[in-house]
Every structure is written in C-alpha cells, then in structure tokens.
Design a protein around this ligand. Structure first.
Ligand SMILES: NC(=O)c1ccc[n+]([C@@H]2O[C@H](COP(=O)([O-])OP(=O)(O)OC[C@H]3O[C@@H](n4cnc5c(N)ncnc54)[C@H](O)[C@@H]3O)[C@@H](O)[C@H]2O)c1
Ligand SMILES: C[C@@H](CO)CCC[C@@H](C)[C@H]1CC[C@H]2[C@@H]3[C@H](O)C=C4C[C@@H](O)CC[C@]4(C)[C@H]3CC[C@]12C
Length: 369
C-alpha cells in the first residue's frame, strides 16, 4: 500500500508487556498499528510466548528489567517514540508491602517520565485505574459517572494511593520539555475491573467453584453495580490513544479517560457468572447468604490472621476489608469522552467479549488444582 510505504516507522515501548493487560496491548499493537517498526517489551518477568512474536515483520525486542531501576528504564526508552506504561504492582490482597507497591507504582512511573524527558520521547500513555477515583473509604457510590462527575476521592489502601499519585505525576508531566526541545504529551487511561483471557482472579473463582462442587455462594447484593471492561477493548483504547496523541496533542494532553465498552452493569459476582455459568458453575442465593456484618467480621479476621502469620507465611485470601468494600460499593462509569476525543469505539462487542472469555475459562479447566 502506498500509504503504509510512506508511514513513519515508529518504535513503541510497552512496560509490563508480559502482564494480563500488557500482553493484549502488545498483540493489539502488532495487529493494528501499521506504523510500528520496533516493539520493545519491558517486564520484570519475560514470558515464553514472546518468542513466537519475533518471527513477524515487526522487530520485537524483549527487555527484562525493573521499572524501579532508573538506568534500566532509561536504556529501554532511548530511541522510543511512544511509551505505554502498563507495568505495575496490582496488589489489593496484602501480598506486597506498602513500600514496595509505592516504589513500583510511583517511583517506577517517575523513572519512566524522566527517561522520556532525557531520551526526547514525546508520547506517554499511562495505565491508571478506576481506583484513583474510587470507591472511596467512605463507601460512596459512583453510579454511571464520567470523568467530570464530582466524587470525593479519598483512599487509605496502598494500591489506590499509589495509582493516584502516579497518575498525578503523569498528568503533571504533560508539556514538559524533552530532549531536543519538543514537549511531552501524556494521558492516563482508567480501566474499571478488567476481564477476559488471562484474568487470574476469574480463574481463581472458577477453581474455587469447582472445589465447592460447582457452586459459588452469593456474598454481595445483586443491586451493587461493579464496572467491568473487556481486556481487548482496554488494549484497543491504548493503541488508539497512543496513535492519536500526536494529532490531538492539545486536546488530549494531560487528560484522563475511563476505559469502557458495552459490558453490562452488574454486581461483581453476577458479572462473573456470565462466564462461569456456561462453564458449569452456579451462584447460590438470590440474596447474600451471610449478613454483611458477618462478612465484615470475616474480612477483619483475615486481615488479623495475615498480620499474625506474616512472620511465618503469607496468608493473602481474596476477602479482606478493602476487597469487600470495593466489591460492595457501586462503581460504574458511563461516558463517551474517549469517543469524542479520539474516536474510540469498542472493537469487541459484549457478545464477542463474553464468548472469548468463556472459551478461555473452559480452556483453563485442565489446570484446576
Ligand atoms: N486488572 C485490572 O482489573 C486493572 C484495572 C485497572 C487498572 N489496571 C492497571 O493495569 C496495569 C496492568 O495490570 P494487570 O492486571 O495486567 O497486572 P499484571 O500483574 O498482570 O501485569 C503487570 C505487569 O507488570 C510487571 N511488573 C510488575 N512490577 C514490575 C517492575 N518492577 N518492573 C517491570 N515490570 C513490572 C509484571 O511482571 C506484570 O507482567 C496495572 O498498572 C494496573 O494497575 C488493572
Ligand atoms: C467479597 C467476595 C465475595 O465473592 C468478592 C471479592 C472480590 C474482589 C476480590 C474483587 C472485587 C472487585 C475487584 C477489583 C476491581 O474489579 C477493580 C480493580 C482495579 C484494578 O486497578 C486492580 C484490580 C481491582 C482492585 C480488582 C481486584 C479484585 C476485586 C477487589
């Protein structure tokens, strides 16, 4: 094609490119970014599937590195035109210390920004999270809100605190002069709860259901809506945003965008059943089987046990006061900002997203312990 022959040849860097979201971003870039010349994938742990990507027309460079190490980040960023920073420590279960979460998510992001400035890289897309907004510690509902909906964003947990700080750093860096005299253009994408192929927590719920004889027990009222978005659509938003940042720098620089698609508004558990149901699991109860105060008690007990056992072993169950509060507080988005600013439309319909996720859960069946 004459058009692609003239297209600039760009170097992209995806940090966290071997993670759940990162892998989808990497594959989406290879499929749908015709200007791509080299794709650098930077991650603490490199996955074996990277090898199969190296046989295509785009140069794929795997870089094992740590975002907390400024020199490693600087070396990876040098010569890149666009950086998509998805690397992060996603921990709401108390597996990592608050200091480690801060170091990876905040200091790591600062390192990425500084590397862009030093290298003259002009475009930086940051994967933020709905949790920079909420649910807040007061449990206020956020019902189908958008990027401009007033909401008291107050957090205590290390993960949302770190994501909020990192997002602020990225947005503040918009407009900074980079090496060569041009200006940095940044923006942040805020996914709600991502689902799809590779979603570890979905797999955990599936295996837990199998262990419980094909049943899961309702803990959260069906009326509590939890925002979810398909990983393929989140990846597509990253690709589009990165592509359009150059043309729409004034409009998009320093902006935040929720990630959304046509996934239905449901409770966390009812939404999971859209996939786990067709895989043979049943959600028992039309209402929560345990009173809320008992769940709070169990979650607090888990937190206490985690603290007591820490010198001996890592006890990190799914239920803790924070995850209970997130699952039990309505947080859903309804916005078209991404469509208005950079023409985003979901690439995958709800039916496609659902089918792909079901097929993936079914394929993991053999992996049940
Ligand atoms: N999963 C969700 O529901 C969700 C929702 C909103 C936002 N996010 C954000 O999306 C991003 C990706 O999340 P995910 O669910 O794919 O998580 P993930 O854990 O699957 O992926 C994160 C990747 O980052 C890498 N990484 C971690 N520490 C690193 C370090 N020090 N240096 C280099 N690489 C490092 C990991 O090895 C991993 O491959 C994160 O920034 C997360 O905050 C996730
Ligand atoms: C009370 C339990 C009964 O079944 C259910 C507990 C479910 C929780 C483990 C998950 C409920 C909501 C999830 C979070 C949410 O989807 C958004 C997130 C943002 C993202 O940046 C990281 C992941 C997460 C915090 C996600 C984690 C798991 C939940 C708390």
């Amino acid at each position: 094609m004459a058009e692609s022959a003239q297209a600039p040849k760009l170097v992209y860097l995806v940090t966290g490119g071997c993670g759940f979201l990162g892998e989808h971003v990497v594959r989406m870039l290879l499929e749908r970014e015709p200007r791509l010349h080299e794709l650098r994938i930077f991650d603490l742990h490199l996955s074996p599937w990277l090898e199969e990507l190296k046989t295509g027309p785009v140069q794929v460079t795997a870089i094992q590195g740590d975002v907390t190490q400024a020199h490693e980040v600087a070396a990876a960023v040098a010569g890149a035109h666009v950086v998509i920073h998805t690397a992060g420590l996603v921990d709401v279960f108390g597996r990592a210390s608050p200091d480690t979460i801060h170091e990876v998510n905040v200091q790591g992001t600062q390192n990425v920004i500084e590397a862009c400035v030093q290298a003259g890289t002009q475009f930086l897309v940051y994967t933020s999270s709905m949790e920079v907004v909420g649910p807040n510690i007061k449990g206020h509902p956020f019902y189908r809100g958008n990027e401009d909906t007033p909401y008291e964003a107050v957090h205590r947990h290390p993960y949302p605190c770190s994501k909020a700080l990192a997002e602020q750093l990225v947005l503040k860096a918009n407009g900074r002069k980079v090496r060569g005299g041009l200006h940095l253009v940044t923006c942040a994408l805020r996914p709600t709860g991502i689902y799809g192929e590779g979603h570890q927590i979905m797999r955990d719920f599936y295996h837990q259901g199998l262990r419980l004889g094909g049943r899961l027990f309702r803990a959260i009222p069906a009326s509590v809506e939890h925002g979810r978005v398909y990983v393929g659509n989140v990846a597509w938003m990253h690709v589009l945003v990165a592509r359009k940042l150059e043309q729409q720098a004034t409009l998009m620089g320093g902006q935040v965008y929720f990630c959304y698609d046509n996934s239905p508004y449901k409770s966390y558990e009812d939404f999971n059943m859209e996939f786990l149901g067709p895989c043979g699991l049943r959600l028992v109860g039309t209402r929560p089987l345990l009173p809320y105060w008992l769940l709070v008690f169990l979650a607090t007990l888990n937190a206490l046990l985690q603290w007591l056992l820490r010198p001996l072993l890592l006890y990190a169950p799914l239920l803790n006061p924070y995850t209970l509060a997130v699952a039990n507080t309505t947080f859903t988005v309804s916005t078209n900002k991404a469509q208005r600013h950079f023409g985003y439309e979901p690439l995958f319909s709800w039916e496609d997203s659902r089918t792909r996720t079901i097929l993936w859960v079914q394929a993991t069946e053999g992996l049940a312990q």
